[in-house]
Design a protein around this ligand. Sequence first.
Ligand code: HEM
Length: 376
Amino acid sequence: MSFRSAIAVAARRTPFALQQRVAPRAPIVASTINRGVFRRFASTEPGAGPQTDAKQGGGGGSALLFVVLAAAGAGGYYYYSTLDDKAQTKVSAAALNKPLNYQEVYNEVAKLVDSNPDYDDGSYGPVLIRLAWHAAGTYDQHSNTGGSNGATMRFPKEGAHGANAGLKVARDLLEPVKGKFPQISYSDLWSIGGVVGVQELGGPKIKWRPGRVDNTEDFTTPDGRLPDASRTQDHIRDVFYRMGFNDQEIVALAGAHALGRCHADRSGFDGPWTRSPTTFSNDYFKRLLEEKWVERKWKGPKQFADKATGDLMMLPADLAFVKDRAFKKYVDLYAKDDQKFYDDFALAFQKLEELGVPFKGTEPVIVFKTLDEQSA
Ligand code: HEM
């Protein structure tokens, strides 16, 4: 095999995500590779059933790729830019070709969830869920743009979209995990972060498949695709129907607001929706129905407070779920039946995390074990 065709073969077997990050220090590889021939690094074992710790990934091209890189003068190392600051990280080609065990990635993220008792309510889970949701929620089913693929929020343009204020916390939190597992795309990593947030906080199992590839900044979608919290049902439907969700799925997804809080220095809104913001539950629906919501008197944007204590909050968009009869039907259902909520949330969240992902259909479907399950 000639050197040139060896490079072409390696390129076909090289993660697309990697190609985005090849720095000028590997000029032969970077300039020889035809972008069109790149394929996602997906030589995982296909399988539909639950899978947790099987060795995944790996590719027949690993050894070849290493040789080619060494020959290319890269010394067997890649450089990739991390997130917003464009700092370069040196990664060995060997590390990039190490088979990925996604349960190990999950565990590494899960260990971060409670790593800082001083952060918010003591958990990074909610902000990890919000990162995964905002990465995916840009999807437009008509143009097939945006979505969970791409991780374009790592570029300043999308990172600076108003709706994404505060998500740098989550992106930075995950950066050491990316350093430890350089083979994974940011987009796969962020979506695992969403699964970790849900599962480690006691939520349902979310089936997850690898296959997201990181795109360049050119793939950034225009600002304004995520919902505006000060608007109500018509706007919510416009946004979520564009992604391909129906009313029931929209309400199920909104149940994530049982977790976390609003931050005045991020969205401008302030406060938690429930009294258990680090435990996944159907309490968001119960609060919507059981509390009397009055407009908060303050200098910030219009939001509502529970009349009894003033400690809890609802956004104008949240209250739309009880004002709109078609939406309220599902609020009633989920407030009464938490198992139904868990089941429906799991399906809708998986769908959200898979929007716009170019799956081949051979990816494994993984059900991650929580840290608790593994230590039991
Ligand atoms: C009608 C649609 C939605 C609107 C208008 C909305 C709006 C907001 C706003 C304004 C915040 C506060 C951000 C901050 O200040 O830190 C927030 C937080 C949050 N949202 Fe939503 N959201 C919507 C749907 C969703 C969905 C579909 C999910 C996930 C499935 C989700 C999960 C979260 C979580 C977990 C937080 C807490 C983040 C934290 O504690 O840092 N939201 N949302």
